[in-house]
Design a protein around this ligand. Structure first.
Ligand code: ZN
Length: 496
C-alpha cells in the first residue's frame, strides 16, 4: 500500500512542479518578457501543457487511482488527496483529445476577435467565434457528464459548488443589494472622492504599498512586487509574486490593488509546508482564494479601524498632500459608491450585482434559454434592472470582460462567493478575537493574519469550500454577513 501511495503522490507532486513552471512562464510573459518573445512563449506553454496532460492521462495514473480506491486504510490527508486526484483525472480522461485541441484553437481565435470587437464596438463580428467557444465548452461539460453542464463548469473553479446553490444564495442577495444601492443614492451626506484623486507620485505609492504588504505579513523573502497591465498573484509557498499598476492621480488603484494581491499571496505563503504540492494541500477554490484578497482589500483596507493607525502613516509617506483632509473625510473618499458600467472598476456595494447579472446570463446561455446573438440585449436589460444604468455601447457592456472569449464560463460566480466568504470569515474572526477592532486601530494586522493562517490557509483543499465555510463560521455560505457589513458601513458613511 505504502509503495503504491508513494508512487501516486510523487506523480502528483511532479505535476505540481510543472504547473509552477507554467505559472512562472506566464509571469515572465506578463512582467519581464521582451516584446518579441510572444511566439516562443506560446511554444513553451504548449510544450508544458502537453507534458502535464500526458502525465494526467497516462494509464499508469488510472491504475494507481483504481488500486488506492479499493483500500480502506488511507488516512485523512491521503483520502483527500485521492479524492481530488480522482476528480481531476476523471475530468481529464473523459474529455477526448480532439475536443481539447478544438477548444484551444477556438479560444485563440475568439480572444483575437474579442480584442478587435471591443476596440471597434462590434459584437456581431465576435458572435460567431463566441458561439463556437460556447458550443465546444458545452460539449466538454457533457463529455464529463453528471447532468447539468453548467454545474460541471462551475466545479472547475469551485469544486463541489452547483448552479442551484448559487441560485439560492444570489437570488436572496440580489434584492437586498438593489435596495442598498437605492439607499446609498438617497444618502443625506455623500462623501467626495476628491482627496484620493490628488497627485501621488509613483515611487512613493510603491514604497507605501511595500510597507503595507509587509505590515500584513507578506514575506518579501518569499515574494516580490512588480508592475503588469492586469494585476495578479503567481506561485506558491516560498515564491509568491504579486503585481500591480500605478495611477498617480488615483490612490485607490495601487493601494487596494496591492492589498488585494497580498491577500491572495498570504494564502499561498500560508499553505501547509508539508502538503502544498499535494492535491489536497493546495488552495481550496477560487472563491476561497478571492475571500482572502477581498477580506484584506475591503474589510480591512476600507475599514475605519485600519486607517486610525495607517492614515498618519500614509500622510508621512506623502507629506503635505492630505494636510487638510481628516480621517473621516479620507474614510469617505475611499468608500465612494455609485453604480458604474465596468465590473473591474465597481465598488464594494455594487460589485456583486455585476457578478449576479453575469451568472444569470451564463445560466440561461448554458441551458439554451439564451442565444449568443441575443447577449447584448440580455446584458443591457439586466444592467438596467440591477444597476439602473445601461451601456451606450457594447464595448462598455457585454464586450468588457475577457472571460467568455477564453472559455471561462462558470468563473464569474467565484468573485461574488469570495465576497460572501470574506464577510463570513470576518464575522468568525470577530467572534474568536473580540478585541480585533482595537488591535486593528493599533496597527496590529498580524493577529488577523495568524487567525486566517490557522483557520483557513493551513487546511488548503482538505475540505470543500462550502464545508470549510461551515467549519470556520458555523454557517453555510449566504449573503447575510456581507449585507450586514455593507449596510452598517454605508449607512454610517452616507447617512441613511
Ligand atoms: Zn483576486
Amino acid at each position: 500500500m505504502t509503495f503504491t501511495y508513494e508512487r501516486f503522490i510523487e506523480k502528483w507532486r511532479t505535476i505540481h512542479n510543472l504547473r509552477e513552471v507554467q505559472e512562472l512562464v506566464d509571469w515572465d510573459q506578463q512582467v519581464m518578457m521582451p516584446p518579441l518573445g510572444t511566439e516562443q512563449k506560446g511554444f513553451q506553454q504548449a510544450a508544458l501543457a502537453g507534458v502535464v496532460h500526458s502525465m494526467l492521462t497516462d494509464p499508469g495514473m488510472g491504475e494507481l487511482i483504481e488500486e488506492l480506491s479499493l483500500r480502506g486504510d488511507l488516512d485523512l490527508y491521503q483520502t483527500a488527496n485521492l479524492r481530488d486526484a480522482k476528480r481531476e483525472w476523471e475530468k481529464e480522461t473523459k474529455i477526448p483529445a480532439r475536443l481539447v485541441e478544438e477548444r484551444a484553437h477556438a479560444v485563440a481565435l475568439a480572444q483575437g476577435s474579442w480584442l478587435e470587437a471591443r476596440k471597434n464596438n462590434d459584437f456581431s463580428a465576435f458572435a460567431p467565434f463566441l458561439e463556437k467557444v460556447v458550443a465546444i465548452t458545452r460539449e466538454m461539460a457533457e463529455a464529463v457528464g453528471g447532468g447539468n453542464p453548467y454545474d460541471v463548469l462551475i466545479d472547475d473553479f469551485e469544486p463541489g459548488m452547483t448552479e442551484n446553490v448559487l441560485k439560492g444564495v444570489f437570488s436572496a442577495l440580489k434584492g437586498r443589494l438593489v435596495g442598498l444601492n437605492d439607499k446609498i443614492e438617497g444618502g443625506s451626506h455623500p462623501p467626495t472622492q476628491e482627496p484620493v484623486t490628488r497627485f501621488f507620485p509613483r515611487e512613493k505609492q510603491e514604497a507605501f504599498c511595500v510597507f503595507l504588504a509587509k505590515e500584513m505579513g507578506y514575506d518579501f523573502n518569499a515574494g516580490r512586487l512588480d508592475v503588469s497591465a492586469h494585476p495578479f498573484t503567481s506561485g506558491t509557498r516560498r515564491d509568491v509574486r504579486i503585481t500591480t499598476r500605478y495611477d498617480e492621480r488615483f490612490l485607490n488603484t495601487a493601494l487596494f490593488g496591492v492589498m488585494h494581491e497580498a491577500g491572495h499571496a498570504l494564502y499561498e505563503q500560508g499553505l501547509d509546508p508539508d502538503r502544498y504540492r499535494d492535491p489536497s494541500g493546495q488552495a481550496c477554490s477560487l472563491g476561497i482564494h478571492e475571500s482572502q484578497s477581498r477580506l484584506w482589500e475591503n474589510l480591512i483596507g476600507r475599514s475605519r479601524a485600519f486607517w486610525v493607525h495607517y492614515y498618519p502613516e500614509l500622510k508621512r509617506f506623502f507629506p503635505g498632500v492630505l494636510d487638510d483632509v481628516d480621517l473621516d473625510t479620507f474614510y469617505g473618499a475611499i468608500n465612494v459608491s455609485r453604480p458604474s458600467l465596468i465590473r473591474v472598476e465597481a465598488d464594494e456595494a455594487t460589485y456583486n450585482l455585476h457578478i449576479i447579472m453575469r451568472f444569470e446570463i451564463e445560466s440561461d446561455l448554458m441551458a439554451g434559454r439564451l442565444k449568443v446573438g441575443d447577449l447584448p440585449a440580455a446584458w443591457n436589460a439586466k444592467s438596467r434592472e440591477l444597476l439602473g444604468i445601461e451601456p451606450e455601447e457594447d464595448a462598455n457592456g457585454v464586450l468588457q470582460d475577457v472571460h467568455w472569449s477564453a472559455g471561462l464560463i462558470g468563473y464569474f460566480p467565484t468573485y461574488a462567493l469570495g465576497n460572501l466568504f470574506s464577510a463570513q470569515f470576518m464575522e468568525a474572526a470577530r467572534r474568536d478575537l473580540p478585541d480585533i477592532e482595537e488591535r486593528l486601530e493599533k496597527g496590529d494586522l498580524i493577529s488577523l493574519r495568524k487567525w486566517l493562517g490557522e483557520n483557513i490557509h493551513f487546511y488548503g483543499r482538505l475540505y470543500l469550500a462550502e464545508d470549510l465555510c461551515e467549519k470556520v463560521t458555523g454557517k453555510k455560505p449566504s449573503g447575510d454577513a456581507l449585507m450586514s457589513s455593507l449596510e452598517g458601513k454605508y449607512s454610517e458613511i452616507y447617512g441613511f
